[in-house]
Design a protein around this ligand. Structure first.
Ligand code: PLP
Length: 367
């Protein structure tokens, strides 16, 4: 039996990639904002329907340096239902994360619970468009305006998502996209910040290149987080196929919805009608009381049959040992409930519909 992983990286044909990188053997310019980098940046602006993008070597460094670029202090309100990267980006900037609970329907930050967490030290909100589900962007902006807070979106899951007429990158002060191999769209590793204020763009440009501001001027304590030409070339190739990829994901996503419908204790999350979705993940919430088994039982049973689902997101980041002595954490009961019951199932272009049927029938038989 062949292993079925949670995801599989999309790749262009070898010929297409070789064609894309061929000129690098003439130029010998492999990094430092080269030709491919600039082309990729322009193509991404078009695809994501935004005007300003800064590219990075990965999504995490993009997020960490965006937080630095905004010059924040004190406390940042965020969600614990996310990948470690989100919380690390706050903590590694010397800031204190304050954990807000999530919504039970789409697992994004519960905007109705943000205000009660605001103190005189709060300077920003850092929500996550979990699984590509868009946060309540309007309510969040309303709160941010009222209390003069910055809004940083972790949009790692939401490549290409739109809300009505608006692209996901149009909200907040900045949004971070990840182009890691496991995401809907990849540049091997890679990431980007969408921003609106040119001053942020300047700060990001410096910070991803050691803070170098001119040949002899070092303007800030930066890092090295530049995207190289091979990454950009992969991005350019994959971008040509991402629409097809999303269409393939949609077919699998709808098959899951269809085949898992009506199983007692399996809850599937709702995608807002107003959203143009990217079908990045297929999470199910398993209620042991009605399904008859726990999430961990389903995870283990699938694994015995070579099907590798993931407990995204478990554990919550407000329970991680690495933060134990650094700050106090807030209780987030809804996030705790979801995190103990959630399981994401394999979904990627190239996964056969028969394999989806097989996964669904295995789950059905456990019931
Ligand atoms: C993948 C991911 C990141 C980090 O992106 P990398 O490109 O892997 O560094 C950050 N936040 C979330 C929610 C992610 O899923």
């Amino acid at each position: 039996m062949e292993k079925i992983m949670i995801t599989r990286a999309s790749m262009p044909s070898l010929d297409e990639y070789v064609e894309e990188i061929r000129e690098l053997w003439n130029s010998h310019l492999l990094t430092n904002m080269g030709k491919k980098h600039n082309e990729f940046e322009a193509e991404l602006c078009r695809f994501l329907d935004v005007s300003c993008i800064s590219l990075f070597t990965n999504g995490h460094m993009a997020l960490e340096l965006a937080v630095q670029a905004l010059g924040l202090k004190g406390e940042v309100i965020t969600t614990p239902f996310t990948f470690t990267s989100t919380t690390h980006a706050i903590v590694r900037n010397g800031l204190t994360p304050v954990f807000c609970d999530i919504r039970p329907d789409d697992y994004t930050i519960d905007a109705d619970k943000i205000e009660e967490l605001i103190t005189e030290k709060t300077t920003a909100i850092l929500p996550v468009h979990v699984y590509g589900h868009m946060c309540d962007v309007e309510k969040i902006q309303h709160i941010a305006d009222r209390y003069h807070l910055k809004v940083i979106y972790d949009a790692a899951h939401s490549f290409g998502v739109r809300f009505g007429e608006k692209p996901v990158g149009s909200f907040g002060d900045v949004s971070m996209f990840s182009f890691h191999a496991t995401k809907v769209f990849n540049s091997i590793e890679g990431g980007a910040i969408v921003y609106h204020d040119p001053a942020i763009g300047e700060a990001l440009k410096d910070l991803k290149n050691f803070g170098i501001h001119g040949e002899t001027a070092i303007g800030s304590v930066g890092a090295n987080a530049k995207m190289n030409e091979f990454q950009a070339a992969m991005g350019l190739c994959n971008l040509r196929h991402v629409k097809e990829d999303i269409a393939s994901r949609k077919i699998l996503y709808e098959r899951y919805l269809d085949k898992l419908a009506g199983i007692d204790g399996i809850i599937m999350s709702q995608v807002s009608q107003k959203m143009d979705y990217n079908y990045a993940y297929f999470p199910i919430l398993i209620k042991p009381s009605s399904f008859g088994h726990t999430r961990d039982y389903v995870y283990d049973s699938l694994r015995e049959n070579q099907i590798y689902s993931r407990k995204y997101f478990y554990p919550l980041t407000n329970t991680l040992d690495c933060y134990k002595n650094l700050f106090q954490t807030q209780k987030t009961p809804v996030a705790e409930y979801v995190s103990d019951r959630i399981l994401t199932l394999p979904i990627y272009p190239g996964l056969c519909i028969d394999e989806v049927d097989n996964i669904c029938s295995q789950i059905k038989q456990m019931n």
